[in-house]
Design a protein around this ligand. Structure first.
Ligand code: GLY
Length: 414
């Protein structure tokens, strides 16, 4: 894509103009193309108001936060001291608030929050190190230039790469390295942890990290997508031989269903892996997953928690799946040159901003309501989660301040 075309696609106004001057929309993004485009100026105003609201909320709440928000209970944050799998999103949200507001207090709070994650650099018991260290430490390195953050992020990548199973060519999701339970369990979420490995290779020149990430993405690409582009949450392998066992689920309705946040992780993760490797297959997989999600999206543009749960389209929502999907679609629009993905992302972000914010609550500590953490476990249904707030802000700023988001998280391609 040429610079001018890429630039055109980085603004909402450009997206509207692009529909008339660029190639036709992807035929498969039916849900996206069947709804008339909103007025671009109104869309930008809605998104700016949502980002302003987030900053106001964070100004009030953040000074009192000394740990890591995990989920809300009756609209108030509950916390984890070590960050659980979500500890990267609080500093990440503060970085986004700093980029949008320029308020130096957010920068200080982001650095202090990132610092509290330091003990997790050597954690080899989880695949979540990308979620933990990319929006926090990689962003801190990119925005401050202090090598402490780069070195710590590379250390975290070194912990993550130990989870690579060379027989199956995948990164195991859960469990300590010496724990045989879950040793062959692969989950869609891991696609989001691969960029930390790409970062480590870029910084060190050691290909081992990106090689493991690429091999994992190829394995996921081979086994997760069904012919219609839907995906299961989990795929199990024999950890000794690497032989495929079959699909499963933990957070979705069933092994045959399509957990919406997992699908969003896939869209975002495969698009990122395409940018980091140039591998066209990853882009085609991201497109397939995105087309399925857009075809399954309800007309309110907020994903249900599982696209194939039996009560769909009237089941509970997961706004966080929408926020992650919107970020992935914005990236996918730039990578494919298809404006329909950007239009769909804008519709989702607008829906989140107009139907899911906590604006009318005097109690709420989060920005985005209506997320669902784990419906099958009845654990966090239509609540707020830190990844909802983070990806909502990332998505809105990808539209309003693409250069700043690029500075923070690196949107470049190989
Ligand atoms: N990575 C866990 C989740 O998305 O809930």
């Amino acid at each position: 894509m040429s610079i001018s075309r890429r630039h055109l696609l980085t603004t909402a106004a450009g997206a509207a103009a692009a529909t008339t001057v660029l190639a036709p929309s992807a035929p498969s993004a039916q849900a996206a193309s069947s709804v008339p485009a909103a007025d671009p100026a109104e869309t930008l105003q809605t998104l700016r108001a949502a980002a302003d609201y987030a900053v106001t909320k964070l100004r009030a709440v953040a000074p009192g936060v000394t740990s890591f928000p995990v989920i809300t209970k009756a609209e108030k944050w509950t916390y984890s001291d070590n960050g659980d799998w979500v500890g990267g999103f609080w500093p990440g949200t503060l970085w986004m608030a700093w980029l949008h507001s320029g308020d130096a207090r957010f920068r200080s709070l982001a650095l202090a929050a990132a610092d509290r994650l330091a003990p997790r650099r050597t954690d080899t018991t989880t695949h979540d190190l990308g979620f933990l260290f990319y929006p926090s430490w990689v962003t801190a390195w990119r925005l401050t230039g202090d090598p402490k953050w780069r070195d710590g992020a590379v250390q975290a990548a070194s912990s993550l790469v130990k989870r690579y199973n060379s027989a199956g060519r995948f990164i195991r999701a859960w469990g300590a390295l010496n724990d045989t339970a879950n040793a062959g369990r692969v989950i869609m979420d891991t696609m989001m942890n691969l960029d930390l490995l790409a970062f480590a290779t870029e910084q060190t020149g050691d290909p081992r990290y990106l090689d493991a990430a690429t091999a994992h993405a190829r394995t996921a690409q081979r086994y997760f997508p069904r012919p219609d582009g839907s995906t299961p949450h989990v795929y199990d392998f024999d950890p000794a031989t690497g032989a495929p066992v079959g699909p499963g689920t933990v957070q979705g309705y069933s092994p045959a269903s399509c957990w919406s946040r997992g699908q969003s992780w896939g869209v975002y993760g495969f698009t990122t892996m395409h940018r980091r490797t140039g591998d066209a297959q990853f882009l085609s997989t991201a497109t397939k997953l995105a087309d399925y999600a857009l075809g399954a999206l309800t007309p309110d543009n907020v994903p249900g928690w599982d696209y194939l749960a039996p009560q769909q389209p009237y089941d509970v929502k997961d706004s966080s799946a929408g926020a992650v999907l919107a970020c992935g679609l914005l990236d996918l629009a730039a990578a494919t040159g298809r404006p329909s993905y950007r239009e769909a992302a804008l519709r989702i972000l607008t829906a989140l901003a107009t139907t899911c914010l906590t604006t009318r609550s005097t109690r709420a500590q989060a920005v985005l309501a209506r997320a669902t953490r784990n419906r099958p476990a009845e654990d966090g249904v239509e609540v707020s989660v830190p990844y909802g707030d983070y990806y909502l802000l990332e998505g809105i700023l990808r539209v309003l301040r693409p250069d700043d988001v690029d500075r923070a998280i690196d949107l470049s391609s190989v």
